[in-house]
Ligand binder design. Structure first.
Ligand code: 5AD
Ligand code: SF4
Length: 464
């Protein structure tokens, strides 16, 4: 769809928002978002539309008029959670609850078939390419009491001009591109999010300038493969490094983060931009997946163990204060004990700040799912335990440097494990728990770190 058609489409959808509003007058919505920050950002747009239609947010779906599940399909357990939730929601259909499923799961044919067969009480199904059509679908359900569905697998542009209800006052997610061209052999994302489509650089800059005017200080640039931003635009100015330089100049913005880059697209211009832009956060997420060159080849990652280590060293030479976080998959088909040792070796050498670790999960439709040398579950989980043990010790080791330092923390809320403590994160993403009054939530405070507990730190509010 070209820009003009899309603009007309948004005007059309805004009319549907008005129609819903005039019918319902007032209502409540519940929304649950699974998966990555891209889904979070899509949910903020869905919430923006719901608020425009006259709905108010509620935390309890049993009291809601509309419940939206924005789903993820990256691993099997994410999908199982959705089916469990639907089962629990079914009983409230009798009170008129409208249930909508969106996000990545509806982009899988076998999932939509399963919905039709076993979960036919779901009212609205839409995918990742058509979130802007939600008002029309909701209107149809309210108006006709029939089900509404819109799932297409044609890559749409990222829609501009949708209302958005941001969940945070200081931090804002900004999607810069959607889709992925990499086809890592284990990953379902290219099948459910389509090919890479980058937003126009001027639209991104305009959105961030407006966020700055509204008091936002931290920007998180989102995409499945952010550092290949712009490759589809064929414009020398619309490249990732340039985007960083331009955002760095926007007054009011203090921190720029991005998720997720791919090691193969970490070109010198991107490294220089990170170095030269003082606002760009110096903790980089660099997904390793595996430390074994053989496994990386089978994963279609397009780098070797040596390439990855050289990249880390190159970035460290350019930017000495840099720290790294990563994603690891254990138990990919064909992974031998020797391959696994290579993963442990890279982790020991790089000494990551944080590691996100996953047991390989078979995804229907991917290349790796068809490989014959699948690893037995007990071997996968035994390796995961060893991986976790090494990660615990590395995270403890990299946590020691915080003791005695003063950290500027944006207070996120009450600690999950101790309701007498508040919690927030350091600039490097490490959790910090400390005692404080509840009204500090949402504010920035200075915390002196007093102890290191590995995955979290403890501190006290600094006197001055
Ligand atoms: N099984 C396990 N982990 C996966 N990831 C992606 N696909 C799979 C899968 N099939 C992990 C990768 C990716 C992160 C977002 O999820 O580590 O970087
Ligand atoms: Fe999946 Fe690989 Fe694309 Fe990341 S880069 S979304 S892991 S295919």
């Amino acid at each position: 769809m070209n820009n003009k058609v899309l603009d007309e489409e948004i005007v059309e959808q805004k009319k549907y928002m008005q129609k819903v509003k005039s019918i319902i007058k007032k209502g409540f919505y519940y929304i649950e978002t699974m998966g990555c920050l891209l889904n979070e950002n899509d949910s903020e747009k869905i919430e923006g539309m719901l608020v425009n239609m006259g709905y108010e947010k509620i935390d309890d779906y049993s009291k809601a008029n509309v419940a939206v599940l924005n789903t993820c399909c990256i691993r099997e357990n994410a999908e199982n959670r959705v089916f469990g939730k639907l089962g629990a929601m079914k009983q409230y259909k009798k009170d008129g609850l409208i249930i909508a499923i969106c996000g990545c799961m509806p982009q899988e044919k076998h999932i939509v078939n399963k919905m039709h067969e076993s979960y036919n009480f779901v009212d609205i199904i839409f995918g990742t390419h058509t979130i802007y059509r939600f008002p029309e679908l909701l209107f149809n359900v309210i108006d006709t009491n029939k089900k509404a569905e819109n799932v297409i697998d044609i890559d749409g542009q990222i829609v501009e001009g949708l209302p958005i209800k941001r969940n945070d006052k200081y931090k804002a997610n900004v999607t810069i591109m959607n889709g992925c061209n990499n086809f890592c052999s284990y990953c379902i994302v290219p099948y459910v999010r389509g090919r890479e489509r980058s937003r126009n650089i001027e639209d991104i800059i305009a959105e961030i300038k407006e966020l700055a005017i509204n008091g936002y200080k931290e920007i998180i640039l989102l995409g499945q493969n952010v550092n290949s931003y712009g490759k589809d635009l064929n414009d020398a100015n619309s490249i990732f490094a340039n985007l960083l330089y331009r955002i760095n100049k926007i007054e009011g913005i203090e921190i720029i983060k991005f998720l997720s880059p791919h090691p193969k697209d970490f070109t010198d211009d991107v490294i220089h931009a990170i170095k030269e832009c003082e606002k760009v956060h110096k903790v980089l997420h660099l997904p390793l997946q595996s430390g074994s060159t053989n496994v990386l080849k089978a994963m279609n990652r397009k780098y070797t163990k040596e390439n990855y280590l050289n990249l880390v060293n190159k970035i460290r030479t350019e930017i000495p204060e840099v720290a790294f976080t990563t994603d690891i998959i254990v138990g990919f088909p064909g992974e031998t004990e020797e391959d696994f040792q290579d993963t442990l070796d890279v982790i020991s050498q790089v000494k990551f700040e944080q590691l996100f670790m996953f047991i390989y999960s078979r995804r229907v439709g991917t290349i790796a799912d068809k490989m014959e040398n699948q690893i037995p579950e007990d071997v996968k989980s035994e390796r995961f335990t060893r991986l976790k043990k090494l990660a615990d010790s590395i995270v403890f080791e990299t946590g020691e440097k915080y003791i005695g330092t003063i950290q500027n923390i944006l207070v996120d809320g009450i600690s999950k494990n101790n309701d007498k403590m508040l919690t927030g994160r350091t600039n490097s993403g490490r959790i910090v728990n400390f005692e404080g009054k509840i009204d500090l939530i949402g504010q920035n405070v200075y915390i002196k770190i007093i102890s290191n507990h590995g995955w979290y730190l403890k501190g006290n509010i600094a006197e001055n």
